[in-house]
Design a protein around this ligand. Structure first.
Ligand SMILES: C=C(O[C@@H]1C=C(C(=O)O)C=C[C@H]1O)C(=O)O
Length: 423
């Protein structure tokens, strides 16, 4: 775009950037240990992934066109960028981190950091990103030690537990009345710390305790999610669908029996089927061939077990990872069935704004590959009060749901963030 080009409404001009990725040796620290105290971005699973800091470019969007506007901005930015990638693995070269609001009204953003440190399969690298006018030098990697959170108290968020159970009971009535099949309802708690929360502390705890989840940090939203909305990597599209949950007890033999009962529970299998269908239907137009498992497996996490299905397909067109995430969001795992009715019911009875909780969170590269998870098991730092954080959890409600059991399920899903904050 030249200076004389008109800027269209909803069109966000992208800067000209120079990007360089180089392998580095002798770095043994965990990726997260390199994050500075504020402004850190992270995407880590089993020690691999990438972390970043600084802002080379940033897009803030909201509204029903937010995914399209984000894709156009990214395409412009990629088109104007000069990339020298000496590493050439997923995550090296030009990448951005992103997080999208659950509803059109919630804020969404993409961030291209100034520095990225990445690791994949034993290769560690550094990427520097700078405006074309000022070339970056490779930064020294410092190992930081985050401060423990200290004393934390948890207070009711938008609704008390009892009020929320009442909302679930209303939803069950609406479902049995035939209005819809499934709705996912969420609640929040407020964590109040005795001192400002160093987000690197809970992030480090989450990555250590939930290595099979994706631990993320994007602009004050941090968490460790088990649910992969979509990954696109070299023409292969994958999604991990979760729905149907049971709490773990800590007693392995008992948990195995619970896992078996979860795998046979008609209520949970029904809830799961809605979620798998919504993902398979949304991916179908973009896949040449697809594998949709007929029966789910049980995913064991330290706090809960989920019915899980890995859906896979071969890309049939150039739809980017973000384009696919846009087609999938909101899936029945976080919204319900039918989607529009469930979304309206959430707006009507849930009684809170979700913000970026349960929206897509992840990263993408210049070629359109990337990973977008669903922002679950997470918390949003209060931008006005660094001692506070809102933490979230939701549960899928179907005709057979018991409000007290659903409340207990949300409590189990709040455990990762509560523990990470030192509860
Ligand atoms: C909404 C959440 O989780 C979703 C709902 C699930 C369920 O109802 O069984 C399971 C996994 C997620 O898709 C959450 O963790 O907050």
């Amino acid at each position: 775009m030249s200076l004389s080009d008109p800027v269209l409404p909803g069109h966000h001009p992208a800067p000209h950037l120079v990007i360089r990725s180089q392998p580095i040796d002798g770095v043994s620290a965990q990726l997260m240990d390199h994050l500075p105290q504020t402004g850190g971005l992270a995407w880590v699973r089993r020690g691999d992934g990438h972390v970043g800091w600084g802002v080379a470019a940033r897009l803030d969007v909201a509204g029903s066109n937010r995914f399209t506007e984000a894709q156009v901005w990214w395409k412009d930015l990629v088109g104007a960028a000069v990339v020298r990638d000496e590493v050439r693995v997923p995550g090296s070269g030009l990448v951005c981190f992103g997080s999208f609001g659950f509803t059109d009204a919630d804020p969404s953003e993409l961030v291209v950091p100034e520095v990225i440190v990445g690791r994949r399969g034993g290769t560690t690298w550094v990427t520097t990103i700078s405006p074309a006018s000022s070339l970056a030098t490779r930064p020294d990697l410092i190992r930081h030690e985050p401060a423990p959170v200290g004393e934390v108290a948890f207070a009711d968020g938008s609704r008390s537990g009892a009020e929320w159970s009442g909302i679930v009971a209303d939803a069950v009535t609406r479902i049995t009345g035939g209005e819809l099949d499934k709705v996912v309802l969420a609640r929040d708690l407020i964590a109040i710390a005795s001192q400002p929360i160093d987000l690197r502390w809970p992030l480090r705890q989450l990555a250590a305790a939930y290595p099979n989840c994706w631990t993320f940090s994007v602009d004050g939203l941090i968490g460790a999610t088990p649910e992969l909305l979509v990954r696109r990597e070299k023409g292969l599209i994958t999604s991990r669908v979760l729905a149907g949950t049971i709490r773990r007890t800590g007693d392995d033999a008992h948990d195995l029996a619970l896992a078996a009962s979860l795998a046979r529970s008609s209520k949970d299998l029904e809830e799961h089927e809605f979620a798998v269908r919504s993902v398979a239907d949304a991916l179908k137009p973009h896949c040449k061939s697809m594998n949709v498992p007929e029966t789910p497996f049980v995913l064991h996490l330290p706090n809960v077990m989920h019915l899980a299905s890995d859906v896979a397909g071969v890309a049939a067109n150039g739809a980017s990872a973000l384009g696919l995430a846009a087609a999938l969001h909101p899936s029945a795992a976080v919204c319900g069935t039918p989607t529009d009715t469930a979304r309206d019911l959430i707006g009507e009875i849930e009684g809170m704004s979700r913000g970026r909780f349960s929206g897509p969170v992840g990263w993408m590269d210049a070629g359109g590959d990337g990973e977008w998870c669903i922002a679950l098991r997470c918390g949003q730092a209060d931008p006005h009060d660094p001692t506070r954080m809102r933490i979230f959890a939701g549960a899928g409600i179907v005709a057979g749901s018991d409000p007290e059991a659903e409340l207990a399920e949300t409590n189990a899903k709040l455990v990762p963030m509560r523990d990470a904050l030192g509860d």
